[in-house]
Design a protein around this ligand. Structure first.
Ligand code: IFM
Length: 471
């Protein structure tokens, strides 16, 4: 339960300090969460269409069939984005809309939708920022083995090339994958996300093939762009890991959490090697990464930008509440220990200082320019009788995290942008529509959009920070 209250006054609108003039302000979404129109214009099913039909998989049995109906309301939605004064819109392409079945030729009708979207954004002076994969794997590729199978990485690179061929003349910013940790762990180890498998070894193979897919796709994008401008990146969900106490067990739990959550991705992406301690832990569980000659060189393709999705920093203990240090599978315990801080509607603790700490750590250990490609919060919003959504809790969240970004910059982190998650309320995966992350409210009965107070605050803050008059 959230224990933040909207009775508190919303933060005042002030210019943010310490951000360069070209700092990007954006909003973000993803295809399956907003588009709907899952059976239209040649799109074929993804693993999420299938997963949503599994009884009990998604809260309330909900699905993305209609979602925010963005596929049909795109022009008005772009106008809404423009009204916020943001300079960048991060969205994802639905792979099964662009390349039905995940192989073969592109679907012109699907591409046309994204051409119209990017053209309208550009007309309004907004930079389109494409994510190629935000979790909607074509079902046929899952049937052929999914991400644990090497071939999926090769298919992904082909899809990236098709997408660039169609959109590369108007889009410079390309993110290969969104949050591969979620694809691998939630999708293949814990069964909470599509495709709902539960096999830790498969999950680790998925990690390698996701990273390989990223590297191969990055190479294809660069080849396709030639001398034209291109910025390629990957977005990871990252946080901080702190030991609950100084005990060796808690410190080791923290090392394991950081290893499986952060270093397993960033070490190969940036340094071209998997972390030895993580490989040793995996070996002890009978799992080897399926690395072939040349793979790690591909994975470590140059990164122009690292996308950081930040929601929380966690504290870990190596001891279970009953005092044991091994879990039921005989593995060392890695237990999250809440700090007792206020939480969002996701029960995620609110800890903006961890964002500063994370950005500084990324600068120190990896030194790739970063953009916060997602940050935001779900709260139990309601519209008041006058239609207004007084979400002081979300406004405070955004203000505190933007301040944390400024603080990181002041201490030397090369962070170049911040995108609020999310533009609008949408399908929050296994939670269905119950968790509202939007700065714009969506009434799912009428599809009416309403700017929440947080959206107005974001709009006015961006304008003041840029030295423009308040809208
Ligand atoms: O809604 C998701 C998004 O798709 C990926 N990052 C986290 C968000 C909130 O859970």
């Amino acid at each position: 339960m959230s224990i933040i209250s909207n009775a508190q006054p919303a933060p005042a609108v002030r210019a943010l300090t310490g951000l360069p003039a070209d700092f990007r302000f954006g909003v973000a979404t993803s295809a399956y969460q907003i588009e709907g129109a899952v059976g239209e214009d040649g799109r074929t099913p993804s693993i999420w269409d299938t997963f949503c039909r599994v009884p009990g998989a998604v809260s309330g049995g909900e699905n993305g069939d209609t979602a925010c109906d963005h596929y049909h309301r795109m022009p008005q939605d772009v106008d809404l984005i423009a009204s916020l004064g943001v300079d960048t819109y991060r969205f994802s392409l639905a792979w099964p809309r662009v390349q039905p079945h995940g192989s073969g030729p592109a679907n012109q009708k699907g591409l046309d939708f994204y051409r119209r979207l990017t053209d309208r954004l550009l007309d309004r002076g907004i930079t389109p920022w494409i994510t190629l994969y935000h979790w909607d794997l074509p079902q046929e590729l899952e049937d052929a083995g999914g991400w644990p199978a090497r071939d999926t990485a090769l298919r992904f690179a082909d899809y990236a090339a098709l997408a660039h061929e169609a959109l590369g003349d108007r889009v410079t910013h390309w993110t290969t994958l969104n949050e591969p940790w979620c694809s691998a762990m939630l999708g293949y180890a814990w069964g909470q996300h599509a495709p709902g498998r539960r096999d830790f070894g498969d999950a680790m193979h998925a990690v390698h093939h996701l990273l390989l897919g990223h590297g191969l796709a990055a190479r294809r994008l660069r080849e396709a762009a030639g001398d034209n401008p291109l910025e390629v990146g990957i977005t990871l969900n990252l946080g901080t890991a702190d030991p609950a106490t100084d005990s060796p067990a808690d410190q080791d739990a923290c090392r394991r959490a950081d290893g499986l959550g952060t270093r397993l991705y960033l070490d190969p992406l940036v340094h071209g090697r998997y972390p030895q301690d993580v490989l040793a832990d995996l070996s002890a569980r009978g799992v080897e990464m399926p690395v072939r000659d040349g793979d790690l060189e591909s994975v470590a393709a140059p990164l122009d930008v690292l996308g950081v999705n930040f929601y929380q920093g966690l504290q870990f203990s190596g001891t279970a509440e009953d005092g044991s240090t091994l879990d039921e599978e005989g593995q060392p315990v890695t237990r999250v220990v809440p700090r007792g801080l206020p939480t969002t509607a996701m029960d995620w603790e609110i800890i903006p200082a961890s964002l500063t700490e994370l950005l500084l750590r990324l600068e120190r250990d990896y030194a790739v320019p970063t953009v916060v490609t997602e940050n935001g919060a779900a709260f139990h919003d309601t519209a008041d009788a006058d239609g207004r959504v007084r979400d002081a809790d979300r406004t405070a969240y955004l203000a505190d995290h933007l301040a944390a970004v400024s603080a990181a910059r002041a201490r030397g982190a090369d962070v170049r942008g911040y995108f609020a998650w999310s533009l609008m309320d949408n399908f929050e995966w296994a939670y269905g529509y119950g968790k509202r992350f939007g700065i714009v409210r969506v009434d799912y009965d009428t599809q009416q959009r309403t700017l929440k107070d947080s959206a107005l605050w974001y709009r006015d803050t961006i304008a003041l920070t840029r030295g423009e008059p308040r809208p």
